[in-house]
Write a protein that binds this ligand. Structure first.
Ligand code: NAP
Length: 446
């Protein structure tokens, strides 16, 4: 791997890179099947990714004809790596077994360890015989939609494919490693003005937020729409706020500290609710919601922007869904992609049907949507929200930070990149976009 890293660092020609031998093993962040029961009986908050995520040498898998090896310069933490590392809601080894039954190539994934990670930026080092659009030497980012293109269901919206999976969560050989194996249709050009770690942190959350708000498969936000964004400085929320601002909407960001509120203001979000300072108690006990608290949130939103939200950007789930359905405007849309605080959801259906609201589900993004979202990053119209960077050896600590909501935006992980700030190919564009805008989250966190 060292020879490959040095070749990338010195910019050797593509054909020379393609001739370098690939190693038999690679460094990777994994969870082990034998550890699946290690947290039994503990509360979620006490399940510690630092204990379950290990960095080990594992075998480099064989390459299928439609795949590429990517030398990973940097990756990022997503909440799905937290789920894998605490074995909730299910251990991910079941996903790997199911994939293993599909084909000879699928069988490679069914291993007693799971290489995790669903984001990456790096360099293509080999492509399979069936790959047409990519070559060794291409500098790329990877999106996590893993689709079998022989499934007819994949040819309208590929998120509807029966065997659609999330790479590095429902497949093995994810991005938190020195080398990853991806399908060619997961590759996208690396934004040239960003460093490896800035480029690596976007694809999963940025594409998800794009589909939820902008794409025709999501809420299709219009100019002037008021959008309530939960977790507005988190991974999803930090991109969602940018899309609302870019699209002429009015974001109302919910956060949980004055520091995060100030960060949102600097991002351009004027209407901010600090949910901790507000002390909302949507649940009066484990089984009972308190409608008066939903009303209080609704009043606070009206006080800030004068209207109810046309769109609610939902992902906390059980804790907030009742309130989200209530505060959404008549005819509005609650778009949801997750349930961090619990997936058994309760809301008052009368508020939904009597006011003709819609709950719209969304999950990651198809290749077109991910490509369009990446194009906006490449143009400098959407900024990376990288706030901290860890070396691969400390991946457990990085996941712990996200698990305990100690972070802002995204946490990057250096894999083959030896330090931060490398990989910037277009300094002129960087200057044009503005260092301050690109590094806002990083500076505020530091
Ligand atoms: N379906 C998909 O394709 C997809 C894609 C990406 C992520 N996800 C899921 O979406 C969720 C969020 O992901 P993320 O990357 O944005 O995570 P994140 O970086 O941890 O941000 C989530 C934010 O939500 C807020 N939050 C957490 N618990 C809350 C609660 N009980 N009530 C209100 N707000 C709460 C927190 O912000 P404050 O404390 O500041 O309020 C937190 O920073 C995760 O469950 C993840 O697995 C799904």
């Amino acid at each position: 791997m060292r020879a490959i890293r040095d070749a990338i660092a010195t910019g050797v020609p593509a054909d020379e890179l393609a001739r370098l031998p690939l190693p038999e093993t690679m460094r990777a962040a994994i969870v082990r099947a034998e550890d699946q029961a290690m947290f039994e009986g503990l509360a979620s908050a006490d399940k510690d990714p630092r204990k379950s995520l290990r960095v080990e040498e594992v075998a480099v898998p064989e390459l299928a004809p439609d795949e590429a090896y990517v030398a990973v310069m940097a990756s990022a933490i997503n909440f799905n790596t937290v789920w894998t590392s605490i074995f909730e809601p299910l251990p991910t080894f079941g996903f790997l077994k199911r994939l293993g039954r599909e084909s000879r190539w699928g069988a490679r994934h069914d291993l007693p360890y799971h290489v995790v990670g669903s984001d990456a930026a790096g360099v293509v080092v080999r492509v399979g015989d069936a790959v047409r659009h990519w070559r060794p030497g291409d500098r790329v980012v990877v999106h996590c939609n893993y689709v079998d293109d022989q499934d007819p269901g994949a040819h309208d919206d590929s998120m509807l494919a029966g065997n659609q999976r999330i790479w590095g969560f429902e497949t093995n050989f994810g991005g938190l490693a020195d080398l990853t194996v991806v399908k060619a249709n997961q590759l996208m050009p690396k934004p040239a003005h960003l460093s490896w770690e800035e480029a690596a942190c976007n694809a999963l959350c940025n594409s998800t937020a794009y589909r939820m708000l902008v794409a025709r498969n999501g809420a299709q936000m219009k100019q002037g729409d008021v959008v309530l964004v939960w977790g507005a400085t988190g991974g999803l929320g930090g991109y969602a706020c940018q899309y609302v601002l870019n699209g002429g909407g009015v974001p109302v960001g919910v956060v949980s500290s004055p520091t995060k509120a100030a960060l949102l203001n600097e991002l351009g979000v004027e209407a901010v609710i600090d949910r901790r300072a507000g002390g909302y108690r949507f649940w009066s006990d484990e089984h009972t919601q308190d409608e008066s608290e939903w009303r209080r949130l609704g009043r606070d939103i009206r006080d800030l922007v004068g209207e109810d939200p046309h769109i609610v950007f939902e992902h906390p789930g059980r804790q907030t869904m009742g309130a989200s359905v209530f505060v959404c405007a008549r005819g509005g849309t609650i778009v949801t992609c997750a349930a961090t605080s619990g997936y058994m959801i309760e809301y008052d259906n009368r508020h939904l049907w009597m006011k003709l609201k819609t709950i719209k589900s969304s999950h990651f993004a198809n290749y077109r949507e991910a490509w369009d979202a990446n194009r906006l990053v490449s143009m400098g119209r959407i900024q990376p929200i990288l706030s901290a960077v860890y070396p691969l050896e400390d991946v457990g600590e990085a996941a712990y930070q996200v698990h305990h909501n100690l972070h802002e935006g995204k946490i990057g992980v250096l894999c083959l990149a030896e330090s931060e700030g490398l990989g910037i190919d277009d300094p002129a564009l960087r200057e044009k976009v503005g260092e301050d805008r690109i590094t806002l989250f990083r500076r505020r966190h530091a």
